[in-house]
Design a protein around this ligand. Structure first.
Ligand SMILES: [Zn+2]
Length: 330
């Protein structure tokens, strides 16, 4: 079976970051907005480094203004994911972009996103859940407002709280109030760490925020005692190898630590982060990993199972996803 046909579970995908460039260009044209500066000559997103990437990301996001824009975006993103064989996806959604952290506006955006998710599930069989993700470099006060939006809409669809953005701004503990608020509302927790910042940031996210998953977390490999601790505690890493390579964190696929983390017993999963920005898809990730580490179908099946087990959805949905992973040959 080729990687394309294996059923996949993705845990780390930013809704706006997954926006196909053609979709963003079309929406900009409809609204007569000029954002041509963010594209390269081939029509893809163009940026120099991580911090420039954040700027381009925000410029692309500026054309997404109404709940209906988000409905159309969600459909476009889920179509791409389903085409890569993704059967279950958890997507980061930010009240910062969806209604400016105003609760009624957030509810309207969320309803539109949920409509699109239901339509994609009916038509394409892909199941989506949402993780509310404050933007770290907007600061802890805005994160509180986003966390309140998350807590107020926690339920079957909104299943978690995350934290994305520039890891160099603030410490995890500065966001403890937001994570406590989400936990009390029954949400599950994840946080970006150990991508741009070192292993200490992973330790702090686990210790100070009580997260059960880490977004990226790959730089844990620089501290083997931490690697052992992650393995023992069953903390799951949402690893996005193509994203790390595109942003220059590692010089090549064979140098990426995912295989070593896996060998040392850490629960690793594979996701695409912001796929069109990094010129990747889940199929490409599988292809490159198979090539770099000689991984066979069995490894990818194990990774998909790990991801399904670490999913933040309810038990019935999870059981269904696990069943679909088993029945891949049916
Ligand atoms: Zn991310």
């Amino acid at each position: 079976m080729s990687p394309k046909d294996l059923p996949k579970v993705e845990l780390h995908l930013h809704l706006e970051g997954a926006a196909p460039p053609s979709f963003i260009r079309g929406l900009a044209a409809e609204k007569k907005m000029d954002i041509s500066g963010i594209f390269d000559e081939k029509g893809g997103y163009a940026f120099k480094d991580f911090w420039h990437f954040l700027k381009v990301y925000e410029a692309a996001t500026s054309v997404l203004q109404t709940p209906d824009d988000y409905r159309r975006l969600t459909l476009a993103v889920l179509e791409e994911s389903a085409a890569s064989g993704v059967i279950y996806t958890e997507i980061f959604i930010s009240p910062d972009f969806c209604g400016g952290r105003d609760l009624p506006a957030w509810r309207d955006h969320l309803a539109a996103i949920q409509d699109a998710a239901a339509e994609a599930e009916r038509g394409l069989g892909i199941v989506m859940r949402g993780i509310v993700t404050p933007i770290r470099h907007f600061g802890p006060d805005k994160a509180r407002e986003a966390a309140i939006c998350a807590a107020e809409t926690a339920g079957e669809f909104i299943v978690g709280l995350g934290l994305g953005g520039d890891e160099k701004i603030c410490k995890p503990k500065d966001f403890a109030w937001s994570f406590d608020c989400a936990r009390e509302a029954g949400l599950r927790l994840t946080c970006h760490a150990g991508e741009w910042d070192g292993p200490q940031s992973v330790r702090e996210a686990v210790r100070d925020l009580g997260v059960e998953r880490i977004g990226h977390g790959v730089r844990a490999i620089e501290d083997l005692a931490l690697v052992d601790e992650l393995a023992e505690r069953g903390i799951v890493l949402e690893v996005c190898p193509g994203s790390n390579l595109a942003l220059g964190l590692y010089p090549g696929w064979r140098k990426h630590p995912i295989s070593e983390l896996h060998r040392r017993g850490v629960k690793v999963t594979v996701s695409t982060d912001d796929p069109p920005f990094f010129h990747t898809t889940m199929v490409r990730e599988y292809d490159r990993l198979a090539e770099a580490f000689d991984w066979d179908e069995g490894v990818f099946e194990e990774l998909a199972r790990t991801a399904a087990e670490a999913a933040f959805c309810d038990a019935a949905t999870k059981a269904n996803i696990l069943k679909r992973l088993e029945k891949k040959d049916a």
